[in-house]
Design a protein around this ligand. Structure first.
Ligand code: ACO
Length: 750
C-alpha cells in the first residue's frame, strides 16, 4: 500500500521469455556494450588460454615491471610495433621474440618476464584472465560518461593492474566487506513468504516461492541507476548512502559479472532493506510494465503467474519493504517464527511433503479437547484442493462480503494506497490528483460535512487517507488521523462512491486499514459514525462500548453533532484482509469433520418427540445415540445449570487465581514490545484480564469454556518460554492451584 512514485529508472533485466535474467552489463553503461563485452571477454580468455607460451609471456610482459639489473623503473614492456588499442589477440602474430627491446626502457621482453619462468600454466592463465579484465575495464573507463561510475571502473582497473604486477589475488580494499546489511534481501523476502503465506496449502505456497525466486533473480541482474540519476529523481534521498551502496554494488556484484577475476557476490545476499528500498518502487513499476508489454510473448504456463500473481505479490512485498515495523527485517525473525523448532526453507528450495509446515508443527502442545492434528490435516487436504473450491464458488450467495474485492485486488483491478499531503516535500502529481479525488468522493457521500472542512482535513499533513483506486481513479477511501501516544486512531471520513457501494469495497478498505494499524502498533479505532453508517461500522466490528479510556481521547478527537461515537479494538493476530477466507475454511473443516462422524454412525434413531409433548429441556446425554457420536461431558463434575450460580462460582475461582502470588505474568495480554514475535508463535493468546472481561460479559455459559481459556494461558506460557524460565514455573504452580480450586468448587471430580 506504499506510494509508488517512480518516474525515472534503473534498468530491468526482464527477458521476453518471461522475467528471466538478461545478460549483465556495467552500471550506467548501456551504450558501452558491456553486456556483449561479457561474452567477448569469455571468448578471448578461452583463445588466450590455448595460445603458445611465448605469446602468453608477451601479453603478460606488457603488464610486468622490468627485472633487468640496475634501477629500471619501467612497469610494462612496450612493443616497438604497438598493436591496436585495445590489443586484439586474434590479430597478432604467433611469432614472439623475447629479445625484442622495450620501446620505453630498451630492455628486452625477456627482462620483463623472468619472474614467470617457473610459473605453472594454470597460474599463467589466471594472470592472463586478469589481463583481459584490465583491458576491458580500460575501454569501460574511456567510454563511461557518468563520473561516479567512471571513477569506480578506474579504481578497479588500477587494482587489477596491481595484482598482475604483484602476482596476487585481486582484493578489494574496502573498509568493510560484504554482507553490508543484515538480514539480506534474500532473507527478508524469504521471511516475507513465511510471514504472509505459510498458512497456504503447499501448492499455492509453491507458486509464491516461485515468485519470490523470480523476484530475487531480477534484483541480482538489476542495473542500478547512477547516483546522479538518483539525485535528480529523488532529491531528498540520502545521496551519500546511495552512492556508497552503488559503489559496493559495482565492485562486488556488477563488474564481477563480466570481469570474473574479481570475486562476485549476489546483490540479494550482501545487501539488505536499504538497497531494496532504493530500487523497489521503480523496479516494481518497470517489471509490471514490461510484463504487460511482453504478455503475448510469455509462455502460456507463465502467463497467470506473471500477469496475475506477480503484481499482487509485489504490492504485498512493497508494504513490508517500506513499513517501519515489518517483522520480516528483524534479525531474529526465523527464531521467533519457528519457535526455534521448524526448519526454514530457503526460497526455491522444495519443501518435502513430509516436512512440517510453519505454525502447524506437531510439537505444539495440544489442549484437552483439541481435534487430533492428523485428522485436521487429512480434512484440510480435501478442502484446500483448488478443485474442491473453485474460485467462482467463492462468489456464490454464501461468499463473504469482501470476497469479490479481494479477488479484484489480487488481479490488479483495484489498488490500495495510504497517501497524504506533506509540507516537507511536494507530493507528486499523481498523489495530489488522488487527494483531490478523495475530497470529491467525501464531499458527495457526506453532504452534511462542509466541503471546505473536508478539503482542510484531507490536505492536512497530520491526516492520512487509505485510498481505493480503480482504473487509476479514486473510488473510495478512509481518512484518518493517528494518535500513537494516545494509542488510537480517529477515523474521520469513510466513503465509497455511490455506484461502487455494497460491492464489498467498504469492508475491504476497513480490513486494509486494520492491518495497516496493526503494523503501526495502534490497536484502537474511534469514529463518530453518522446515523446511516452505524450499521456499516457494526459490521466492521465497531461498537458503542468504547474500550479506550476517556482521558485518552477527550480533547483529541472532534465531536460531531448528531453522530455516535463508536470504537473498534483490533486483534494483532488476525490477518484481517484474509479473515473471511480463514473463517470459511474453518467452517469447511468442521462441516467435513461432522460429515465424517456421521458416515461412521450407521444407526438412525427416531427423532425426539418429547418437545412436542411439552418438555422444555432434556439433559444432552439423554438424547439417543449422542454418546455414540463421541460426545462426552468434560471430566466428571458438577455442571452448574443455573447461570447465576455458574457466574458466581467462576468469579470466585478467577478472583482466587488472580490473587495468587504466581499470577503476575498472566494478569494482562502479553505486550508485543516485551515479548518479540509472541503473536507469531502464539495463535490463541489469553490472559486473566481478558478472562475477567469475558466473565463479565457472560461469555462463560459452561465451565468447559472457562477451563479451556484458563488452560490456554498455561499452555501458551509453556510453549513460548523455556522450561527453566520463571514464567514457565509460574504457569506450572498456578495451574496446580487452579485445579485445586475447581475441584474444591466441585466443577471436576476430586
Ligand atoms: N447501513 C447499514 N449497513 C450498511 C450501510 C449502511 N449505511 N452501508 C453498507 N452497509 C452494509 C452492507 O450492506 C454490507 O453488509 P453485508 O456484508 O451484511 O451485506 C456491509 O455494510 C459492508 O458493505 P460494503 O459493500 O463492504 O460497504 P460499501 O462499499 O458499501 O461501503 C460505506 C460502506 C462506506 C458506508 C458506503 O456505503 C458509503 O460511502 N456510504 C455513504 C457515506 C457514509 O455514510 N459514510 C460513513 C459516514 S461516517 C464517517 O465517515 C466516520
Amino acid at each position: 500500500m506504499a506510494d509508488s512514485a517512480g518516474i525515472q529508472q534503473g534498468s530491468p533485466a526482464i527477458g521476453a521469455a518471461g522475467l528471466v535474467p538478461a545478460a549483465p552489463g556495467a552500471g550506467g553503461t548501456e551504450g558501452s556494450g558491456a553486456a556483449g563485452g561479457s561474452a567477448r571477454i569469455a571468448v578471448k580468455k578461452a583463445q588466450l588460454r590455448c595460445s603458445p607460451r611465448p605469446k602468453k609471456l608477451e601479453k603478460l610482459g606488457v603488464y610486468s615491471s622490468c627485472k633487468a639489473e640496475g634501477a629500471c623503473k619501467c612497469n610494462g614492456w612496450k612493443s616497438q610495433n604497438p598493436p591496436p588499442t585495445p590489443p586484439r589477440t586474434d590479430q597478432q602474430s604467433n611469432t614472439v621474440n623475447l629479445q625484442e627491446p622495450c620501446r620505453s626502457c630498451s630492455h628486452t621482453l625477456g627482462d620483463h618476464v623472468t619472474h614467470l619462468e617457473n610459473v605453472s600454466e594454470e597460474e599463467m592463465n589466471r594472470l592472463l584472465g586478469i589481463v583481459l579484465d584490465v583491458e576491458y575495464l580500460y575501454t569501460c573507463v574511456h567510454k563511461e560518461e557518468d563520473a561516479d561510475t567512471k571513477q569506480v571502473y578506474f579504481s578497479l582497473f588500477k587494482l587489477l593492474r596491481k595484482s598482475i604486477l604483484q602476482m596476487g589475488k585481486p582484493m578489494l580494499e574496502a573498509q568493510e566487506s560484504p554482507p553490508f546489511e543484515k538480514p539480506s534481501i534474500e532473507q527478508g523476502v524469504n521471511n516475507f513468504v513465511q510471514y504472509k503465506f505459510s498458512h497456504l496449502p503447499s501448492k499455492e505456497r509453491q507458486t509464491i516461492m516461485e515468485l519470490a525466486k523470480m523476484f530475487l533473480n531480477q534484483i541480482n541482474y538489476w542495473q542500478l541507476e547512477t547516483p546522479s540519476q538518483r539525485r535528480q529523481r529523488v532529491p531528498n534521498d540520502d545521496a551519500a548512502g546511495y552512492k556508497a551502496n552503488y559503489t559496493r554494488w559495482l565492485c562486488y556484484c556488477n563488474v564481477p559479472q563480466f570481469c570474473d577475476s574479481l570475486p562476485r557476490y549476489e546483490t540479494t545476499q550482501i545487501f539488505g532493506r536499504t538497497l531494496l528500498r532504493s530500487v523497489f518502487t521503480v523496479m516494481r513499476k518497470q517489471l509490471l510494465e514490461q510484463a504487460r508489454q511482453e504478455k503475448d510473448k510469455l509462455p502460456p504456463e507463465k502467463r497467470t503467474l506473471i500477469l496475475t500473481h506477480f503484481p499482487k505479490f509485489l504490492s504485498m512485498l512493497e508494504e513490508e519493504v517500506y513499513s517501519h515495523s515489518s517483522p520480516i527485517w528483524s534479525q531474529d525473525f526465523l527464531a521467533v517464527a519457528s519457535g526455534g523448532q521448524v526448519p526454514i526453507h530457503t526460497v526455491g528450495e522444495k519443501r518435502k511433503p513430509s516436512d512440517p509446515l510453519p505454525h502447524e508443527e506437531n510439537k505444539r502442545p495440544r489442549v484437552v479437547g483439541d481435534i487430533p492434528m492428523d485428522l485436521i490435516n487429512e480434512v484440510m487436504a480435501t478442502i484446500t484442493d483448488p478443485a474442491a473450491i473453485p474460485e467462482t464458488s467463492l462468489l456464490s450467495a454464501h461468499s463473504a462480503r469482501d470476497e469479490a474485492a479481494r479477488l479484484e485486488e489480487r488481479r490488479g483491478v483495484i489498488e490500495f494506497h495510504v497517501i497524504g499531503n506533506s509540507l516537507n516535500h511536494k507530493p507528486n502529481k499523481r498523489i495530489l490528483m488522488w487527494l483531490v479525488g478523495l475530497q470529491n468522493v467525501f464531499s458527495h457521500q457526506l453532504p452534511r460535512m462542509p466541503k471546505e472542512y473536508i478539503t482542510r482535513l484531507v490536505f492536512d499533513p497530520k491526516h492520512k487517507t487509505l485510498s481505493l483506486i480503480k482504473d487509476g481513479r479514486v473510488i473510495g477511501g478512509i481518512c484518518f488521523r493517528m494518535f500513537p501516544s494516545q494509542g488510537f486512531t480517529e477515523i474521520v471520513f469513510c466513503a465509497v462512491t455511490s455506484n461502487e457501494q455494497v460491492k464489498g469495497y467498504g469492508t475491504h478498505l476497513m480490513n486494509h486499514l486494520k492491518e495497516y494499524h496493526i503494523k503501526h502498533e495502534i490497536l484502537n479505532f474511534l469514529t463518530y459514525a453518522d446515523e446511516y453508517a452505524i450499521g456499516y461500522f457494526k459490521k466492521q466490528g465497531f461498537s458503542k462500548d468504547i474500550k479506550v479510556p476517556k482521558a485518552k481521547y477527550v480533547g483529541y478527537i472532534k465531536d460531531y453533532e448528531g453522530a455516535t461515537l463508536m470504537g473498534c479494538e483490533l486483534n494483532p493476530s488476525i490477518p484481517y484482509t484474509e479473515f473471511s477466507v480463514i473463517i470459511k475454511k474453518q467452517k469447511e473443516i468442521i462441516k467435513k469433520l461432522i460429515e465424517r462422524k456421521q458416515a461412521q454412525i450407521r444407526k438412525v434413531y427416531p427423532g425426539l418427540s418429547c418437545f412436542k409433548e411439552g418438555v422444555r429441556q432434556i439433559p444432552i446425554e439423554s438424547i439417543p445415540g449422542i454418546r455414540e457420536t463421541g460426545w462426552k461431558p468434560v471430566g466428571k463434575g458438577k455442571e452448574l445449570k443455573d447461570p447465576d450460580q455458574l457466574y458466581s462460582t467462576l468469579k470466585t475461582i478467577l478472583q482466587h487465581v488472580k490473587s495468587h502470588q504466581n499470577a503476575w505474568p498472566f494478569m494482562e495480554p502479553v505486550k508485543k514490545t516485551e515479548a518479540p514475535g509472541y503473536y507469531q508463535v502464539i495463535r490463541f493468546p489469553m490472559d486473566l484480564k481478558t478472562m475477567s472481561e469475558r466473565l463479565k460479559s457472560r461469555y462463560y455459559t459452561t465451565r468447559k469454556l472457562f477451563m479451556a481459556d484458563m488452560q490456554r494461558i498455561f499452555t501458551n506460557c509453556r510453549e513460548y518460554n523455556p522450561p527453566e524460565s520463571e514464567y514457565y514455573k509460574c504457569a506450572n504452580l498456578l495451574e496446580k492451584f487452579f485445579y485445586t480450586k475447581i475441584k474444591e468448587a466441585g466443577l471436576i471430580e476430586k
